[in-house]
Design a protein around this ligand. Structure first.
Ligand SMILES: Nc1nc2c(ncn2[C@@H]2O[C@H](COP(=O)(O)OP(=O)(O)OP(=O)(O)O)[C@@H](O)[C@H]2O)c(=O)[nH]1
Ligand SMILES: Nc1nc2c(ncn2[C@@H]2O[C@H](COP(=O)(O)OP(=O)(O)OP(=O)(O)O)[C@@H](O)[C@H]2O)c(=O)[nH]1
Ligand SMILES: [Mg+2]
Ligand SMILES: [Mg+2]
Ligand SMILES: [Zn+2]
Ligand SMILES: [Zn+2]
Lengths: 207, 207
């Protein structure tokens, strides 16, 4: 059985397991340092218990991101992939075993910082969220199309830096919609909190 | 023969081929959007013919980066990897066939934007240069250690944005030296030109 087919079978079982819990699982992906962990920290605090949250953290090395999440009072497990460049359904299944999400939980997974490989591996999530930041350039959707095509939501982060960088927000949206015509785009600053409300509304299923 | 061993055999032949040309080949790696192409554009203009330059561009999709390089008057070939996440020795050998670098050339390769996989594939370069930008956070060397361990030079780019971001330059250097004690660190702004002289001096073998 080819590697990807095997992965997808287990992903389907993960998806079913989460459905039985009425959990909402999100696979959060981006380049290194686009703001995934910062957004999760802000999100957990903003949700303020509206729904139980647990987090799966993926990185090549270190427990740093899971530690940041736990500092908010939220449960997190850290996966270290070593030389690996993406999370897969096996790792996600193991993480769910360790995490034991309660009924109705938001299960938020921060994938390895990488705009390439994570897009190719279904974990069993219900939704995929991709973060791009205004410091990375407007052409990323065209150059890394598999990632941007796979997104349900596309967060443009670090909008507080717009005055200092050469970034055309309209052109970025145009490129994003060329590879993914129906993607939902949100503008955010994870550090300042701009746009956080629209994001948490979407997470809570209100929009 | 395992995949990586086969790669390394061809890389060794690429290395020898470049040595016979007295060429200096650099493998330039970073996260998406850290400034690889912008740095190459500035470098070519700053070198102003001091040495012949040719460029190998690697991206999943589009000819955009090779086009930007050619706009400077410099020869470039574009490799598109499709779903692939890194350049390898086969692609690099093909690129050299297309590029036909002259004697004494600087052969500058911009790898796929990815802090993970490119570190694992020897192309046949003489040196590896990694770019990190001040917008990505200080912990990247710890979290992506294979990439930072493999660097001969580590360029900290976008220093013009330091007033607007939370980035401790000393802490970053400390993390980088923890995984790579002898790495040479350079501070640059590819857009403004700060630090360009030290970089071109190194390229020309003057330091
Ligand atoms: N100016 C600004 N900086 C931000 C914003 N969001 C995050 N950052 C900064 O960007 C850097 C990286 O943030 P992280 O949240 O660690 O990024 P990440 O995507 O989790 O990084 P990896 O897990 O290593 O891939 C940190 O220095 C953050 O403070 C934002 O909205 N504006
Ligand atoms: N403020 C600032 N922006 C920069 C600097 N260098 C590059 N940029 C910007 O960063 C964005 C990405 O630059 P690129 O040179 O395309 O980055 P790249 O690493 O080649 O990107 P990929 O090839 O897609 O991985 C562009 O909008 C550049 O203008 C810098 O020193 N300072
Ligand atoms: Mg993180
Ligand atoms: Mg580029
Ligand atoms: Zn990969
Ligand atoms: Zn890879």
């Amino acid at each position: 059985v080819p590697v990807l087919a095997k992965n997808d079978e287990l992903a389907a079982r993960n998806r079913e397991r989460l459905r039985e819990l009425n959990a909402f699982a999100v696979n959060l992906m981006s380049s290194p340092g686009s703001g995934k962990t910062t957004l999760l920290e802000r999100t957990i605090r903003a949700l303020d218990g509206a729904r139980p949250v647990c987090v799966v953290e993926g990185d090549q090395e270190t427990p740093l991101d899971a530690q940041r999440i736990r500092a908010t009072g939220c449960r997190a497990v850290q996966i270290n992939t070593g030389a690996g460049c993406h999370l897969d359904a096996v790792m996600f299944a193991d993480a769910l075993d360790r995490l034991r999400p309660p009924a109705d939980a938001l299960v938020l997974t921060e994938n390895v910082g990488n705009l390439v490989c994570p897009a190719l591996f279904d974990l069993g999530e219900q939704a995929r969220v991709v973060i791009a930041s205004v410091t990375e350039g407007v052409d990323k959707p065209l150059k890394y199309p598999h990632m941007f095509q796979s997104a349900d939501v596309l967060i443009l982060n670090k909008i507080d830096l717009l005055p200092y960088v050469d970034f055309d927000v309209e052109q970025f949206a145009e490129h994003a919609r060329r590879v993914n015509p129906r993607v939902r785009i949100m503008h955010l600053s994870a550090t300042r909190g701009d746009g956080l409300g629209a994001w948490t509304d979407w997470l809570l299923g209100r929009t």
